[in-house]
Design a protein around this ligand. Structure first.
Ligand SMILES: [Zn+2]
Length: 215
């Protein structure tokens, strides 16, 4: 389904797969589980596009439900893969997660190493460690949509922290969530749950206020 502007969400995947149509090319943010591959290809087809038009696949982080289909999708599209430099070893197989969510995906080479503040295809990289060391959020400067990966999840219109046992350092993740309040965005696009349009920042502020009450 279309989310906002040129941003789409591939329907019915376990972890969300976003697709941006920009400058006549496609950008994919996260790829979902291995079995999600067909859904992504089908969605590309529904746009009247072909897999070879995918230029870049960006991984918000290296968890299995976000990069499970990365290897096959990379092979099918010929796209370059981008991830934060601290996350790359967990994607190319040099390291495996020992804490948090630990299933291991097939190793994939990463061509583009991202750092905090980088800009890629109109998306600003925000390094947000905690859930994993190289977790990133991506701010789309065009639509003011913020892709948050697993920093927060959406349920029935409200935002929550990702359950602590899935994160390597949940309290660091909490600090990263608070820092997002400094960013100018309107829409919050999580990896689990529905996009929160227009009131993304308001809902994030409510979550941070709940932290303060529980401290
Ligand atoms: Zn995750």
């Amino acid at each position: 389904m279309k989310v906002i502007g040129d941003i789409h969400l591939v329907d019915n995947t376990f972890a969300n797969v976003y697709l941006i149509v920009r400058d006549n090319k496609l950008i994919i943010i996260d790829t979902g589980l291995p079995e999600e591959y067909e859904k992504i290809i089908k969605y590309i087809d529904s746009l009247g596009r072909i897999p070879e038009e995918v230029e870049i696949i960006i991984a918000t982080h290296a968890h299995y439900d976000h990069i499970g289909a990365l290897k096959v999708l990379k092979e099918a599209t010929g796209a370059k893969v981008a991830a934060h430099k601290e996350e790359i070893p967990y994607i190319n197989g040099e390291k495996v997660f020992k804490k948090g969510y630990t299933p291991v995906s097939e190793p994939v080479d990463v061509e583009i190493s991202l750092e905090d503040g980088d800009e890629i295809k109109g998306l600003k990289v925000i390094h947000s460690p905690g859930h994993t060391p190289g977790s990133i959020c991506l701010l789309d400067l065009e639509t003011k949509a913020l892709f948050v990966g697993d920093l927060v999840v959406e349920q029935k219109g409200e935002l929550y922290e990702v359950p602590h046992h899935y994160s390597i350092d949940p309290m660091k993740n909490r600090e990263a969530i608070k820092e997002l309040l400094e960013i100018d965005f309107n829409h919050l696009l999580p990896s689990h749950g529905n996009p929160v349009l227009n009131e993304g920042k308001e809902k994030l502020r409510e979550l941070v206020e709940r932290f303060l009450k529980s401290d």
